[in-house]
Design a binder for this molecule. Structure first.
Ligand code: HEC
Ligand code: HEC
Length: 277
């Protein structure tokens, strides 16, 4: 008997969406069950394409199931029932959520690509939570991360769990040295030493009160560290604060620096991070 793919596909979708299945399963577990189905079908056939940052969607998992030519509607239903039973006890775990972050932020959450992706390991949990909520609400615009919030369950519980997991991860040291200061910034000062002193002074007068003399921020206040973070990333954040595309109460202070003075502070932060090692 050959059932056309299209028909089989629509039967499977109907089964997945049927009221009895929905009633048997907590609504927010549906996404997890889809993941189970996907994992089951891909055990027979490894997925290679059609997936964004490891996030499956219904259409894609359905096409894997139909293409594998092994599963038909009834065994799939049995699998769904089994999965719903075991998923009831399944916890959201830090490593489980972090799967969706590693591709960009790195295996050890130290970021990369010269600072396109920031370091996350060891940032204050309260700060990470606030950023994830701001990304989700599009208050802080972060286009690469939008698919995560669209395609995966990302509620407050998941956010709190991954924030705690990242905050508890001991950060490695970024090797930012030797750090190349932009020549035009250096040229605005009479000497390298004057440049270094100006950076230290501006930081201590304007930023240390909140980000700490040592640049380590404050876990209690959920204020981020500015050392051991990519200067290029920090530079972009200062631009975003200044432009108003990233907002918070102290943004006017965080976005106040321009030109050579900003570069002097970034250079100071790189040096401060080296001393802290
Ligand atoms: C597709 C790439 C990508 C993936 C996947 C990704 N991120 Fe990001 N993330 C970014 C980029 C790019 C930025 C920097 C945005 C900016 O420049 O403001 C960022 C910034 C962040 C920040 C802000 C850091 C700071 O110092 O303010 C946090 C927190 C964060 N990501 C957490 C996560 C978590 C948790 C996950 C997984 C659930 C994740 N990200 C997955 C690309 C990604
Ligand atoms: C009154 C306290 C305060 C002062 C003063 C302050 N900041 Fe901030 N800064 C914060 C807080 C709080 C955040 C986190 C904002 C958020 O949640 O988005 C922050 C965030 C930042 C970030 C983003 C870090 C990241 O990982 O994305 C940068 C960069 C920054 N500040 C630079 C500076 C600089 C440079 C100065 C000095 C010129 C400064 N700030 C002064 C409180 C302050």
């Amino acid at each position: 008997m050959t059932v056309p793919d299209a028909e089989r596909r629509s039967r499977l979708q109907a089964a997945l969406l049927s009221p009895s299945i929905r009633a048997a399963v907590e609504p927010n577990r549906i996404a997890d069950i889809r993941q189970r189905v996907l994992e089951h079908s891909s055990a027979a056939r490894k997925p290679t394409t059609g997936i964004i940052a490891g996030i499956p969607d219904l259409d894609w998992s359905m096409s894997m199931v139909t293409r594998s030519n092994r599963l038909v509607a009834l065994p799939l239903l049995a699998l769904l029932c089994l999965a719903s039973g075991s998923l009831a006890d399944q916890q959201v775990t830090g490593p489980g959520v972090f799967k969706y972050c590693r591709g960009c932020h790195g295996e050890r959450a130290m970021g990369g690509d010269g600072g396109k992706y920031p370091r996350l390991a060891g940032l204050p949990a309260g700060y990470i939570e606030r950023q994830l909520k701001a990304f989700k609400d599009r208050v802080r615009i972060n286009k690469p991360m939008i698919p995560i919030f669209k395609n995966y369950r990302f509620d407050d519980e998941v956010i709190a769990v991954v924030a705690r997991y990242l905050a508890d991860m001991p950060p490695d040291s970024l090797s930012l040295w030797p750090y190349e200061v932009p020549q035009d910034a250096l040229a605005a000062y009479p000497s390298r030493q004057a440049f270094a002193e100006a950076g230290a002074r501006t930081y201590r007068d304007g930023c240390a009160r909140c980000h700490g003399e040592d640049g380590l921020g404050s876990a209690a206040e959920a204020t981020p560290p500015l050392v051991n973070q990519y200067p290029r990333y920090l530079d972009k954040q200062i631009d975003d604060f200044a432009a108003g595309t990233r907002r918070h109460e102290e943004a006017s202070q965080c976005g106040s620096l321009e030109g050579p003075e900003r570069q002097a502070v970034l250079d100071y932060l790189v040096e401060l991070g080296r001393d802290a090692r």
